[in-house]
Design a protein around this ligand. Structure first.
Ligand code: SAM
Length: 459
């Protein structure tokens, strides 16, 4: 479960003020806390149930169905199934989101869920695996470059019930009462990442903690209007201090009517339950469990919130009849999807969420809505890369060329692929039966259609 190749930290590397505070908080557990930091971080992944038969691997992270510890860190970059969205590399403690969501929300309902601070996409891809496919996830990131990485990871996961946005939290005030669930995985001082990330130690200071705490309050109050009455807010940080956790939550219950929700835990999980006035939270320490430092709380909005009016008139352009006929066999359950044509790019998403998506497009900076299906060029359709990775792809309709590992890596580097194939036209390429993308087979060569900006850059 340990990554022996990685350096760990020693006691004198802790910032003095941090050490003094945590020694006082942890008492006789301080030595164990330090010892855990002498160990390398555990390595863990979370499987994509849409792309993996969940029965086929041994699962071992106790608070999630999908998580698994690895004995050592393989080269994820050189594993084609990683690029195909078969799994996400994620720290184990943060997968506790699954308990928070499943125990407090009706996962079978068509919920509107917002992941407000979403890049690079760990919580968002997890939420997509937990939510009903008729629900809609809005996966938002305020920093533009990080939103691009988020969008790539979301496309690899393969769901069409998701909208990726690039907005400031206050922009969500345009959507009062829109969301049933909001996840705020807040930017924080990162004390829980000291073992894994030496930069977190360097950047830490008491001033940084105070600054983060202030910013977190602003984020919470900016997004509050967007939560329905009775809706659930999941707040998490990867830091231990109370200023960014309990103190912020106490402040929230002074400002708004809030009810904290207890979760059921098993003692053997090693998670510490925190009770402070009405606040109930869960703290993760690396000396008590196999994971990094983390904090999470779940609360319900109690008071009367007005709700957004949905856009009832559709401004989306549907594809032409001819194109509709062409694509009718391309995707599974196509009668349950809405297809649109925006600037000659075809997209699809769940038909039951068209009004919500219209409303989002009108009010936010939307990067991707649903799944890109194809580009229309002179009445011809060129399949989009995200469609190759989609869980809705009708694989029986498309030819598939299976690649060996070396060929798959060449393909992912966007090198020329030396495979012999005689039938002309677009074909999927796959590795271990999971689609990686498209090629176009021409008379005397094969065009590699892997997106340049996603290609593996290592030699
Ligand atoms: N939820 C992500 C995941 O599981 O992969 C990790 C999120 S990380 C802890 C916090 C995110 O908040 C970062 O992507 C960061 O860019 C973003 N952020 C930074 N400042 C912000 C602000 N003022 N408002 C909202 N988000 C912010």
């Amino acid at each position: 479960m340990r990554d022996e190749s990685k350096q760990s930290m020693t006691e004198d590397q802790f910032p003095q003020a941090f050490k003094k505070r945590e020694q006082a908080c942890l008492g006789n557990q301080w030595d164990d806390f330090v010892k855990a930091h002498l160990q390398p971080s555990p390595i863990s992944i979370r499987l994509n149930p849409g792309k993996t038969g969940i029965g086929e691997v041994k699962l071992s992270i106790p608070w999630t169905r999908y998580g698994r510890y690895l004995n050592n860190r393989p080269s994820f970059t050189l594993d084609p199934t990683f690029h195909a969205g078969k799994y996400y590399v994620q720290e184990a403690s943060s997968m506790f989101l699954e308990q928070a969501f499943n125990q407090t929300s009706n996962a079978t309902a068509a919920l509107n869920v917002l992941d407000l601070c979403a890049a690079p996409g760990g919580k968002s891809t997890h939420l997509l695996s937990l939510m009903n496919r008729d629900g809609l996830l809005v996966s938002n990131e305020v920093i533009q470059s990080r939103a691009a990485v988020l969008s790539e990871n979301i496309q690899k996961w393969g769901h069409c019930n998701v909208v990726v946005t690039n907005n400031d939290p206050k922009d969500f005030q345009r959507l009062p009462g829109f969301f049933d669930v909001i996840v705020v995985d807040a930017p924080c001082s990162g004390e829980g990442l000291f073992r894994k990330d030496p930069a977190a130690v360097k950047e830490w200071s008491e001033d940084a903690v105070a600054l983060c705490s202030k910013r977190q309050k602003r984020i919470l109050s900016d997004v509050w209007t967007a939560l329905k009455t009775g809706g659930i807010l999941i707040y998490s940080t990867c830091t231990y201090n109370t200023q960014e956790n309990e103190e912020n939550l106490k402040w929230l219950s002074q400002e708004y009517e809030v009810e904290y929700i207890p979760l059921e835990l098993k003692d053997e999980w090693g998670i510490v339950t925190v009770k402070d006035n009405h606040v109930i939270g869960y703290r993760f320490f690396p000396h008590l469990l196999e994971g990094e430092g983390f904090f999470l709380t779940v609360l319900r909005k109690v008071n009367g919130q007005s709700e957004s009016k949905l856009n009832l008139r559709s401004s989306f352009t549907p594809p032409s009849k001819k194109i509709k006929e062409q694509i009718s066999n391309w995707i599974l359950n196509s009668d349950q999807k809405t297809f649109i044509n925006r600037n000659d790019r075809l997209q699809f998403f769940p038909a039951n969420k068209i009004q919500e998506i219209e409303t989002l497009v009108k009010n936010l900076r939307v990067i991707v809505a649903g799944t890109f299906l194809a580009t229309v060029k002179h009445d011809k359709l060129i399949p989009e890369h995200s469609f190759a990775l989609s869980l809705e792809l009708n694989r029986n309709f498309f030819r598939t060329i299976s690649l060996e590992k070396e060929e798959a890596i060449q393909y992912l580097k966007k090198d020329s692929v030396m495979i012999s194939y005689d039938k002309k036209g677009f074909a999927l390429v796959s590795f271990e039966d999971i689609p990686l993308g498209w090629v176009n087979v021409l008379e005397n060569r094969i065009n590699n259609l892997y997106p340049s900006e996603w290609r593996i850059r290592m030699r």
